[in-house]
Write a protein that binds this ligand. Structure first.
Ligand SMILES: [Zn+2]
Length: 322
């Protein structure tokens, strides 16, 4: 039987409110939310929860339900002290948000299969009880472009697989770390903004062919085609995890934002921070350049979530609901 228009509007309003509600303030008790119970398929769970204890029922909010390959989600849960979100066998930490709930980011890999999948959120409630909630996501396909790059003699020599691998191993080790949450608020442009398409010289996920070689891999970050000496800013608050010259990525800064989220800034002319230093969102961390494996001045900026590189531009334009 078709719902009345009024009922459909009410449902749409609820879904929209739930999606925007981050961090989740908890909301009214389950009994006051018949629409949520009836439409989520979780009536049985809510009923059991109401019998089991007096505490607020578990609310899990996702910043968006249809992420793209290379996208990310912000997951929040109420009245809980610890938790994880698991997607496609990868586990992401949910950390205390300072208001009694949890929050954390989930990364969608460039090769994650498009289609419907399940996000499993497991938490320890404030009263110590474990609870798990399943949410359905639909991963959307991203059409990656291909970039053919000619490297000048000498620069290409740095593509020695052993050098590339050693540096990659080091970054992988850093990006797999999890520290207390330090990110806060909206994510900031890494270069003087506003960011426009004209500033982008290489998109995240682009597949590449070097010197006529095979098309392979995916560009792990976004390239801003800015002049040498352009200021580079931390996109959110955190701790400088690395600040030094690397063979491939040149002068690089990596900021640990906590919860397994990192931002990396490569090929810089010079650095303005040192390892171990705290930084705030928008703080100057260096100046763009063309050090390392680079054909001209630009900033390579990458975002990593639980070791999965994701499209940083999607963190700046608000399209992911955070
Ligand atoms: Zn790049």
């Amino acid at each position: 039987m078709a719902r009345s228009r009024a009922a459909r509007v009410a449902l749409a309003t609820f879904v929209l409110t739930a999606a925007l509600m981050l961090p989740n303030p908890g909301g009214p008790p389950a009994a006051a939310r018949p629409v949520a119970a009836a439409t989520s398929g979780e009536l049985f769970r809510l009923y059991l929860g109401a019998i089991a204890r007096d505490g607020a029922h578990l609310d899990v909010s996702l910043s968006n339900l249809t992420p793209y390959q290379g996208g990310a989600l912000l997951v929040a849960a109420n009245d809980s002290v610890a938790g994880t979100a698991t997607l496609l066998g990868r586990q992401y930490p949910l950390l205390p948000d300072g208001t009694g709930g949890l929050a954390g980011f989930v990364g969608i890999g460039v090769e994650d299969p498009p289609g419907t999948t399940t996000l499993t959120v497991s938490v320890t409630r404030t009263d110590g009880a474990p609870e798990t909630m399943l949410r359905t996501l639909t991963i959307l396909k991203t059409d990656w472009t291909v970039d053919y790059i000619d490297l000048p003699p000498g620069v290409g020599d740095l593509l020695d697989p052993a050098i590339v691998q050693a540096e990659q191993d080091r970054l992988n080790a850093i990006y797999s770390g999890v520290s207390a949450r330090k990110w806060a608020g909206a994510w900031r442009d890494p270069v003087p903004g506003p960011v426009t398409a004209a500033m982008i010289s290489g998109y995240f996920g682009e597949q590449r062919s070097f010197n006529g070689g095979p098309v392979g891999g995916h560009h792990g970050g976004t390239d801003f085609g800015v002049l040498a000496g352009t200021p580079v800013y931390a996109t959110s608050s955190g701790t400088v995890e690395l600040a030094e010259g690397l063979a491939v990525r040149g002068n690089m800064v990596i900021v640990d934002h906590g919860g397994g989220v990192f931002s990396g800034y490569a090929h810089m002319q010079s650095l303005a921070v040192t390892a171990g230093a705290p930084v705030v969102a928008g703080q100057l961390i260096g100046y763009a350049g063309t050090t390392g494996l680079s054909t001209g001045p630009h900033l390579h900026w990458e975002m990593s979530v639980g070791g999965v590189l994701v499209d940083g531009l999607r963190w700046l334009d608000g399209t992911q609901g955070f």
